[in-house]
Ligand binder design. Sequence first.
Ligand SMILES: [Zn+2]
Length: 109
Amino acid sequence: MPTSEARSGEVAIRRSHPAWCESENECGTTALHLSGLWSVAPRGDEVIQVRAGLWRMDVGPAGAEGVAVELSVGEDVEWWPIDLAQARALVRVLNDLLRNADRASSRAA
Ligand SMILES: [Zn+2]
């Protein structure tokens, strides 16, 4: 019966609604929880804007969650949801790359 399935699905979504979700009105029907996006703008005049937030999709018994990475230039916006393991690996890769960049620039100075 589709009606009882929908009802039990809604109960499951409400029970596991994360505190950081800002799409409360929509996630009850889409099962996609989204946080606000945090801006990455150390100078404030960056041509390429970077923002990141949390997402979680209530699908299947385990669901899926991760970090949404948004890159934009003007009205050109790309938005990709990567999983938590990828997000953690991305942090490690960025740290390694930045260490290499710092080492190269201190050698050049
Ligand atoms: Zn939500």
